[in-house]
Design a protein around this ligand. Structure first.
Ligand code: PMP
Length: 434
C-alpha cells in the first residue's frame, strides 16, 4: 500500500462513520481500488470474491457494461431534475417495468431514495389511507419479532424490539404491536398453530391496526431466518379477514434472490403495498420504490389532504431510474432463474454438510441465500482478516456467517467462497469463546 492509500485509510479511521461501527475503537476498513464481475480489488493487493453482493444489491456483477452504458447515456441527457411538476422517460419506464413484474394489483409507484425511506412511505401510506376512510384510530402497525425494516424512525419502530439494535430510541418510537416470529422453517412440516398468536393479535387489535408489515419468507438482518410459505399465506388471509393492509418488505428478497422473482410468490399472495430497494439498480446506486394498489392511492388522493404527503428532493432520480431499467432488462432475459438454481444447488451440496460441524448450530439455504449459524459469536476483526486472506469478502454478524453472492458467480468462485467458511469454522481465533 502506498503513502496516499495509507493516508486515506488514516483519515477514514479518524473522521468517517461506517455502518454500526465505533468511531473511538473502529474495526479496520479495507480500501477498495476497483471492482469487476464478482471481484473487489483492494488497495492492499488482494482480490476478493464478493459473497455479500454489497449487502444484497449487486446482482449482475460490478462494472457491468450495460449498466455503465445506461448511466453514461442518461448523464449525457440530464442527471437530475425535480419530480414536482416534471417527469421523464426513465421514471415512467421504471414504473411500467415494476407494475408488470410485481405481484398483481400493485399499480401505483412511489419512487424514493433508500429502503428505509420506502418503508416510511409504506407506513405513511397505510396511516393516511385509514385517515381518508374516516378511521384515524387505525394507526398502529402490527409486525412479527425478529424483523428488520431499516434505520429511520418509523422503520425502527417495526424492527425487532430486542435484537433490532434500536432499544436506545425506545422512548421516542411509535408504539407498535409485535407477534412472535414464525418458527416453522421453509422445508419443515407446516403446523397451523405457528400463526395462532398472530391471529390472536389481529383479533384483539384490528380496530387500531393500519397495516401489517413483514419480510416475506426470509427475515434478513433480524436473524437470517427462513420461514414456511403457509405462514405468509396466513398473514394475507388475516389481513383480509380483519381489514388490515398488508405491506411486504421485499427490499432484500425482491428481484430473484430467493429463487422466485418476489418472495411473495412462494405463498402465491399479493400484498397491498410492496417495498423494493437494494438491488433495484443492480447495486449501482441508491433507489427504492413503494408500490400500492389503486384502492389505496385513490382513497388517499380523495381524502382530506388531497394528495400523499411525501416528496423527496431526489424522487425519481433519472440516473438511478435509467440504471434500474437496464438492470431489470438483464433480469427479464430470465437467466437469473438458472443462475439462482445453480447457486442453490452448490449451497445444498457444500454448505448443508456443515450442519454436523461442532461449531455450527444450523445451516439454512434458499435460492441464492446461504446461512451458517455458528454456536459462538464471530470475532469480527479477526474473521474479516481471515476471509480477506482466503480471497473472499464475507461480513458476518453475531453468530451468523451468511452469503448471497452476485448471480453471475461461477462454480469455481462459489466453491472458493464456501471453502473459506468451512476453513474459518475450524479456527478458534475467529470466534469469541464463551
Ligand atoms: N428492509 C429490509 C428487509 C432490509 O434488509 C433493509 C436493509 N438492510 C432495509 C429495509 C433498509 O434499507 P436501506 O438500508 O436501503 O435503508
Amino acid at each position: 500500500m502506498n503513502n496516499k492509500q495509507a493516508e486515506i485509510l488514516e483519515f477514514d479511521k479518524n473522521h468517517v462513520w461506517h455502518p454500526y461501527t465505533s468511531m473511538s475503537k473502529p474495526l479496520p476498513s479495507y480500501l477498495v481500488k476497483s471492482a469487476q464481475g464478482v471481484y473487489i480489488y483492494l488497495a492492499s493487493g488482494e482480490k476478493v470474491i464478493d459473497g455479500m453482493s454489497s449487502w444484497w444489491s449487486v446482482l449482475h456483477g460490478y462494472n457491468h457494461p450495460e449498466l455503465n452504458q445506461a448511466l453514461i447515456k442518461q448523464s449525457e441527457k440530464f442527471s437530475h431534475v425535480m419530480f414536482g411538476g416534471l417527469t421523464h422517460e426513465p421514471a415512467v419506464e421504471l414504473a411500467k417495468n415494476l407494475i408488470a413484474m410485481t405481484p398483481g394489483g400493485l399499480n401505483k409507484v412511489f419512487l424514493s431514495d433508500s429502503g428505509s425511506v420506502s418503508v416510511e412511505v409504506a407506513l405513511k401510506m397505510a396511516i393516511q389511507y385509514w385517515h381518508s376512510k374516516d378511521k384515524p384510530e387505525k394507526h398502529k402497525i402490527l409486525t412479527v419479532k425478529n424483523g428488520y425494516h431499516g434505520d429511520t424512525f418509523a422503520a425502527m419502530s417495526v424492527c425487532d424490539p430486542v435484537n433490532g439494535m434500536h432499544q436506545l430510541f425506545e422512548t421516542v418510537l411509535m408504539k407498535n404491536l409485535f407477534a412472535p416470529a414464525p418458527k416453522i422453517g421453509f422445508e419443515q412440516v407446516w403446523q397451523a398453530d405457528d400463526a395462532l398468536a398472530l391471529a390472536a393479535m389481529f383479533e384483539q387489535h384490528h380496530h387500531e391496526i393500519a397495516a401489517f408489515i413483514i419480510e416475506p419468507i426470509v427475515q434478513g438482518a433480524g436473524g437470517m431466518r427462513i420461514y414456511h410459505p403457509n405462514y405468509l399465506k396466513t398473514c394475507r388471509a388475516l389481513c383480509d379477514q380483519y381489514h388490515v393492509l398488508m405491506i411486504a418488505d421485499e427490499i432484500a428478497t425482491g428481484l430473484g434472490r430467493t429463487g422466485k422473482l418476489f418472495a411473495c410468490e412462494w405463498a402465491d399472495i399479493s400484498p397491498d403495498i410492496i417495498c423494493l430497494g437494494k438491488t433495484l439498480t443492480g447495486g449501482y446506486m441508491t433507489l427504492a420504490a413503494t408500490l400500492c394498489t389503486d384502492e389505496i392511492a385513490n382513497s388517499i388522493s380523495n381524502g382530506e389532504a388531497g394528495c400523499f404527503m411525501h416528496g423527496p428532493t431526489f424522487m425519481g432520480n433519472p440516473l438511478a431510474c435509467a440504471v434500474a431499467n437496464a438492470s431489470l432488462n438483464i433480469l427479464k432475459r430470465n437467466e437469473w432463474q438458472q443462475q439462482v438454481a445453480n447457486i442453490e444447488a452448490i449451497f445444498k451440496q457444500q454448505l448443508l454438510p456443515l450442519k454436523t460441524h461442532p461449531r455450527v448450530h444450523n445451516v439454512r439455504v434458499l435460492g441464492a441465500i446461504g446461512v451458517v449459524e455458528a454456536t459462538e459469536n464471530v470475532d469480527m476483526a479477526e474473521i474479516q482478516k481471515r476471509f480477506v486472506e482466503l480471497g473472499v469478502w464475507i461480513r458476518p454478524f453475531g453468530k451468523l456467517i451468511y452469503v448471497m453472492p452476485p448471480f453471475v458467480i461461477d462454480i469455481e468462485q462459489l466453491t472458493l467462497l464456501l471453502k473459506a467458511i468451512s476453513t474459518v469454522l475450524n479456527e478458534d481465533s475467529c470466534f469469541i469463546q464463551q
